[in-house]
Write a protein that binds this ligand. Sequence first.
Ligand code: FAD
Length: 262
Amino acid sequence: MLKLLVCIKQVPDVDQMTIDPETGKINRTGVPSILNPLDANAVAAAVNVKETYGGEITLITMGPPSAEAVLRECLAVGADYAILVTDRAFGNADTLATSYAIVSAAKQIDHYDLIFCGKETIDGATGQMGAQLAERFDAAQITSACLIHTVDEANGTLVVERELENSTETLEVTMPCLLTMEKTHYPARMPSLKGKMAAKKKVITTMTSADIPDLDFNRIGDSGSPTKVPRTFPPVMPEPGIVIDEGSVTASVAKLLTFIAE
Ligand code: FAD
């Protein structure tokens, strides 16, 4: 049976977030938390594979206890199991420490054939996690995957299309494989009432650092994070441009020349 793992992250709704220009601190007060939008597409892709080829889907997230909400949201659209990796010891982690903690936890539970990620988050937005997780899972990786053509469980391969700047390319890879998903062909699934009810009853496996034997505490949390963020600041927006439209090219060019001369 195909074992599918989907990595999801609870993120603040960045549209409602502000940065204090004096202190450079992010103001999260009253900002709601949501499922990272591209992770909903990753879940939809996994559900699509399950519906077509069979298998079971496990979700994993590292975050605060409140991240249970996004796990339930994804359980409601077709995932079977969920793991919440949560512990103060994991806090202040950069991507290096986050990927180490996630893979260390996942490996305690099972071995996975296909691992799905969103392409990037809307808060950290480094886009580094997919590549780091693939390396730590010792899995092949296809970034910017947009369409899964076939999964051949017997041969342990899959054929995937990935987006390039102006085209796509189709690749055949061996499992285990990690895909970072584009949203192109896998719109977020809407939960049914039945799905929501079932999700409420599902057991979420919570893992702390104590549940991971041989965890190297020097590689998690603050001490395992070489990335330092000295300052955060809102981007300086450029002055809005001027549109010159005098009704014809000749008139517009004449106006532009006058403008430049002035
Ligand atoms: P991306 O690489 O853009 O994500 C790609 C995909 O990876 C996502 O779509 C998703 O599928 C998967 N993914 C990403 N994050 C997770 C996750 N947590 N669980 C499961 N799957 C995931 N964040 C905190 O919440 N608390 C902190 O205290 C904290 N301290 C930080 C300190 C530093 C110095 C830095 C640099 C970052 C800190 N972060 C903290 C942010 C945290 O490290 C990142 O959010 C996390 O590593 C993921 O990076 P990203 O958001 O850029 O993910």
